[in-house]
Write a protein that binds this ligand. Sequence first.
Ligand SMILES: [Zn+2]
Length: 471
Amino acid sequence: MYEPLFRGLLFPLYEGLLRRRRTLAHLREYERTQWLPREQVDALQWQRLSRLVAYCWNEVPYYRRRWGAAGVGSPADIRGVDDYARLPVLTKQDVRDHFDDLLARPARGSMLFKTTGGSTGEPLRIGYTRENYERRNAVMHRGYAWAGAPLGRRALHLWGEPPGVGIKARLQHAAFNRRVLDVFRMRDDNLVAYADAIDAHRPRVIVAYVASAVRLAQWLIASGRRVHVPDAVLCAAEPLRSHQRALIEEAFGCPVFNTYGCREFALIASECERRQGLHVNADHLRVELGDPATPAGEAGPREVLVTDLFNYGMPLMRYANGDLATASASDAACPCGRGLPVLASVDGRRMDALRTPEGHYVGEYLEYLMFTTPGVRRFQAVQERIDRIDVAVVGSEELADDALDQVRRRMVDAFGSSVELAFARTGELPLTPTGKLRVAVSKLAHCVWMTLLHAVEAVRGLGLEAAVALA
Ligand SMILES: [Zn+2]
């Protein structure tokens, strides 16, 4: 009863009249464009992208300079997505080094800013416009609706909430019909309180960090506790592995949906009711997969490059957000009928990906090995050097030494015998400041790959004349 009231009356009143936002108009637009055939989605994306490219050339000093140095004489030189794919990648370091030059002249003075970062070292400041903010929210509501969590549906969030949440946030949660349980305070000895809260709130959908949902699911299964069954669990903020999905589904008794986003762009892709990969919000942003470490045509995780089609304040063009994803193996349309393209999987952060000495990323294999080993409760693998991986394991009494030896042998198969593997049992593993457990931590310098990437781009962009001049 509350849901139609919220969507039909309260939300439009609040957003439209009170805040003068156009979120609902954007949502209606995105609800329509998701059903366009793939070719029309591509055409719409290019129309939006080419308009933004011309704007960047005229209004954003950074792109005029950088693209100019790469051989672009005018926006007309960028005739399609193939030309666009030859423009330089924008790194986080580029954003830090050239912040002011990345701000579009017409938007200066009327922008919103947010700072990303936290667990991964240096913070990063990103600017965006008000329209962009409204569109991000619209795209998020669309994606969440695919997973059975449309606006106003009774939801429970297993989420990280900073301490001292104010009255405004509380009112907002109440209006949106959601209850938020802070997972920063989740410990082994208070999990029963989370289960009790689910029974008390009786949500139709649970929205959760993967690690928190997994931790609660493990406890529910181990303790034999049953909780109120929602229609769906929607996972966010971390990559969702297949064994984790199975575990959460077993514990909560409902389907699990995967979503993918990041602070710089909000929701990037999410699963529809068919759950056969993640639909990219291609009518709102462009996602490319590129990676010098993986030769073209080879399957596997690649670097995610994102362009937000509606950030006219601080356009991020071909921005490497630090994540890895795998392309869909086929170009066949999703049986749901949406024309939005599909990613096969999102594989986590580049700095969380272990590598073979040849430089290939190893996806979820280690997690699969560890979590199919009886008695493994949590683990963390740290790669400080290309030829050594340290694995710390939190295990129950059930965890046998020969089971870990088995894991070690299979890791040798995946990483090669030149990699030294060191296993250690431990009592607890450190969480990031946002309450997540990093199961793999790469401390390998990434700069080698980025230097290579930039070198490749420079050669591509310079064109024949300049290459000859250089020679
Ligand atoms: Zn679909």
